[in-house]
Write a protein that binds this ligand. Sequence first.
Ligand code: JB8
Length: 249
Amino acid sequence: MGTEPPDPVGLEMRIDVVSIFVDYLAPLNLSLVGRAQRSGLLDVQLHDLRGHATDRHRTVDDSPYGGGPGMVMRPDVWGEALDSVLAQASESPPVLVVPTPSGEPFTAAVAEELAGSGWLVFACGRYEGIDARVMTHYRDRCEVREISIGDVVLAGGEAAVLVMVEAIARLLPGVLGNPASAADDSFAPGRAGGPLEGPVYTRPPVWRGLSVPPVLMSGDHGEVSRWRAQESADRSRAMRPDLVPPDVP
Ligand code: JB8
């Protein structure tokens, strides 16, 4: 009576996240990503960077060489942490993803590439970032992607990891209930670059005096398609003119 165990499914991806604020990543146990974990499609392991610090105060940062404000994360602590994750060896090395405002932009195409890897390791920086030698060193041992989630500056990589893991997990086979809803998304593979999705409506037909556009109730699927295409084009021009090809005469 609704107590049957879930169907067994194969592991599609392992994700390790290293952070000094692992509690920040608790939402990975909720909603779509949490469900993917419980169904056996995804294995997420969190690691406290401070567990690899060696001094009494478990220090992970130090002053920047050359001067300047803030603190930089120490390469020795990161090296111990990442070595311990990489030692959980698989057939092939992981892709090491480092969120940083100075990285390549995170897009649907990047999400797709990362979804094709069976193992991702996310390294969450804080303060002014991670000593650059860490990225240099691990480029010899695995693929390293320094990635920005947008032209905005966060206080650390954790929130960016929540964004990226959700975008990646929903591309894994079996994670979405209805794959048609993913294919229809604005930046879905094959339609990256728009057009944006237009407005959507559900019951009731009139709410606070506002009616649903009558064309959607007409039953004329051709008319509905043309109306939605026009709404998408209008919205794309208004919100994202950068996505709209110039009108050629
Ligand atoms: C310190 O804006 B972000 C971002 C900001 C950060 C760090 C990592 C990522 C580390 N500040 O994507």
